[in-house]
Design a protein around this ligand. Structure first.
Ligand code: KIV
Length: 275
């Protein structure tokens, strides 16, 4: 195992210090080329376990393994110089105990060179977050709509619309912050709840479907650029339609090959030049 060294770029303390300042810009990346396209423009690159659905066509994120996260984490690290790099801990790798979570987190950090890990859960994960952060593994929390709890929650749905759920979300946010997380993703909640939490806790909140009241925003890059068409959540803004461009390029290539227009003379090797 060779530990990649990524000494440059935005650090965890710098992200934490952005609380209440300029919005923190975060996107997901799963590959070296995508990381290279995004790196200069974002503060955080997240290797999200959403890669199971977006890249591998899985129906949920539950089938993603730690080996998959490490392989993609390494690939993204190769393309990242500027952004703070965070890798998701996948389902089944960290909820059993703080010790199990430490081993998963340490493996991800050592093998990918990530600056920190993200894990899902609120009050029930506070002890684990405290254990990891006390031992040098920076943790980004993730509360609200947590896709790894899809079945327990009865589906993907917004959280905090009722007063009792809003209070639970606030308790989760407080617990994650007080346990030592350097930032927390809040997914799928109403603006008033996101605003209350952002005012209340001392660490940056990163919203996804949680309004501009948060200290930063994150989206799945493939949603943003139109490379994932299975479904588009309400909270996504699409900035490009690359999927349509890929289909158009494939069609033009197919037409050229079938008409023998490709390859043309400019694509051919000439005979070896004699000296
Ligand atoms: O897995 C993921 O990509 C995520 C972000 C969308 C927050 O958790």
């Amino acid at each position: 195992m060779s530990a990649p060294s990524r000494q440059r770029g935005i650090t965890i303390p710098q992200i934490r210090a952005r609380k209440g300042g300029d919005p923190i810009v975060c996107l997901t990346a799963y590959s070296t080329p995508m990381a290279r396209f995004l790196d200069a423009h974002v503060d955080v690159l997240l290797v999200g376990d959403s890669l199971g659905m977006v890249l591998y066509g899985m129906p949920t994120t539950l089938g993603v393994t730690i080996d998959m996260m490490i392989a993609h984490g390494k690939a993204v690290a190769r393309g990242t110089e500027h952004a703070c790099l965070i890798v998701d801990l996948p389902f089944g790798s960290y909820k059993e105990s703080p010790q199990v979570a430490y081993r998963a987190g340490a493996r991800v950090m050592a093998e990918t060179g990530a600056n920190g890990v993200k894990l899902e859960g609120g009050v029930e994960m506070a002890e684990t977050i405290r254990f990891l952060t006390a031992r040098g593994i920076p943790v980004m929390g993730h509360i609200g709509l947590t896709p790894q709890s899809l079945h327990a929650d009865g589906g993907y749905r917004a959280h905090g619309r009722e007063a009792d759920e809003a209070a639970r979300l606030m308790a989760d946010a407080r617990a994650v912050a007080e346990a030592g997380a350097f930032a927390v993703v809040i997914e799928g909640t109403v603006e008033a709840v996101a605003a209350d939490i952002t005012r209340e806790i001392a660490i940056p909140t990163i919203g996804i479907g949680a309004s501009a009241a948060c200290d930063g925003q994150i989206l799945v890059t493939e949603d943003v650029v139109g490379l994932f068409a299975d479904f588009t959540p309400k909270f996504v803004k699409r900035y490009a339609d690359l999927g349509a461009e890929v289909a158009k390029a494939a069609q033009a290539y197919a037409e050229d090959v079938r008409a023998r227009r490709f390859p043309g003379p400019e694509h051919l090797f000439g005979p070896k030049k004699r000296s």
